[in-house]
Design a protein around this ligand. Structure first.
Ligand SMILES: *Cc1c(COP(=O)(O)O)cnc(C)c1O
Length: 393
């Protein structure tokens, strides 16, 4: 079915699916490493690009293609490139768009390993990186150099929840001939569509909201045009960080319920945020849906809802937070986010432990910050769990 003119929720279910001889209701798992050519000529044509037949699963596979087309339609892009993990997506994008002598401007609160690989690995190939608080456009302007090739942002940032104005970044990127890359993991295309706001490349850890069930890791890149698609696919295929067909099947299954999962999760998150913001032991809370949130207006303009991620700190600082995390029963004390289950974690000692203390503080990742990913359990149980854990503090 051609779903290009269909609504978002229809695309979730049907985009990317293809006709196959048995009329399967779902996209089958083509669990094969290689594909038989019809003739020697056909094999040669597949390699030269004259025929678009499948060759080898690292290069392409029908189950994986279905997922790539699905996410590309959801993001409104040219096509997708699925990867073994979110970091596979990040690495493929860096590999394709950066080279010796190139410079990238990125967010100081960017996903930890997305910063780490630039600092410890790409730096060995003479790639330079500057990390700034991208929530203020003047910081980005000041960091741009003649050799800057890429502007890389994540909004809302993890775990500080600070937002970056995508449309303003796109305008700046255009003026300076930069490729704007947006990590849209925190929002998913249900809440935010960076390509429509002028971005060139969007990427996801589909491990999070898109798959949504905490049972696989994976990544997807979507580009606005064919040129970027070919360039990044080449790097992905050569790096060898392709997704596996079964992984793609799992994500195709998970993505179907993206809208209803996020709707419920953000409805729960609003109630959790209201509860925490009134609790006497809570020192501060950042949730885009609270009118007290400094970028509430930008959240309303740029996002289709406020999401289910928040961060907060307790009056007793890290010690109090640790006590609280040791006393939750329903929420899982675990990293990752965006699943059906509620998760709690401490970024300074967990997800962002690899960043120096100085860089963490500069990025606003304070020692008291607790990250909370609200799931779709019964809201009364989530709040009861928090109430009980806070009593132990
Ligand atoms: C988890 C995450 C990644 C990395 O994804 P993996 O699937 O764990 O490799 C990248 N960006 C963001 C914002 C993430 O949350």
């Amino acid at each position: 079915m051609n779903t290009l003119d269909k609504g978002f929720d229809t695309k979730l279910i049907h985009a990317g699916a293809f006709e196959e001889p048995y009329g399967s209701a779902t996209v089958p798992i083509y669990q094969t490493s290689t594909f038989k050519f019809k003739s020697a000529q056909h094999g040669a044509d597949c390699f030269s690009g004259k025929s678009d037949g499948y060759i080898y699963t690292r290069i392409g596979n029908p189950t994986i293609k279905a997922l790539e087309r699905n996410i590309a339609e959801l993001e409104g892009g040219f096509d997708g490139i699925a990867t073994s993990s979110g970091m596979g997506a990040v690495s493929s994008v860096y590999m394709a768009l950066l080279g010796a002598g190139a410079h990238i401007v990125s967010a100081d609160a960017v996903y930890g390993p997305a910063r780490g690989i630039l600092e410890t690995d790409f730096s060995r190939f003479n790639v330079e990186a500057t990390f700034v608080n991208t929530s203020r456009i003047e910081n980005i302007k000041a960091a741009i150099r003649p050799n800057t090739k890429v502007l890389y942002i994540e909004t809302p940032a993890n775990p500080t929840m600070e937002m970056t104005d995508i449309a303003a970044c796109a305008k700046l990127a255009k003026e300076h001939n930069l490729i704007l890359v947006v990590d849209n993991t925190f929002c998913s295309p249900y809440l935010q569509k960076p390509l429509a706001l002028g971005a060139d490349v969007v990427l996801h850890s589909v491990t999070k909201f898109i798959n949504g069930h905490a049972d696989i890791v994976g990544g997807v890149i979507v580009t606005k045009n064919e040129e970027l698609y070919k360039k990044i696919r080449h790097s992905m295929v050569y790096l060898g960080c392709n997704m596996d067909p079964t992984q793609a099947f799992m994500v195709l299954r998970g993505v179907k319920t993206l809208s209803i999962r996020i709707e419920r999760a953000q409805e729960n998150a609003m109630k959790v945020a209201e509860f925490l913001s009134k609790h006497p032991k809570v020192a501060w809370i950042k949730y885009p849906g609270l009118p007290s949130y400094p970028q509430y207006e930008l959240a309303k303009k740029q996002m289709n809802g406020f999401g289910s991620m928040m961060s907060f700190g307790l009056k007793g600082g890290y010690e109090a937070g640790r006590k609280m995390m040791d006393h939750v029963h329903l929420a899982l004390l675990a990293v990752s986010l965006g699943g059906v289950e509620t998760l709690i974690q401490h970024p300074a000692s967990m997800t962002h432990a690899g960043i120096s203390k100085e860089n963490k503080l500069a990025a606003g990742i304070t020692d008291d910050l607790i990250r909370f990913s609200v799931g779709i359990e019964d809201i009364n149980d989530i709040i009861e769990d928090l109430k009980h854990a806070l009593e132990a503090v």
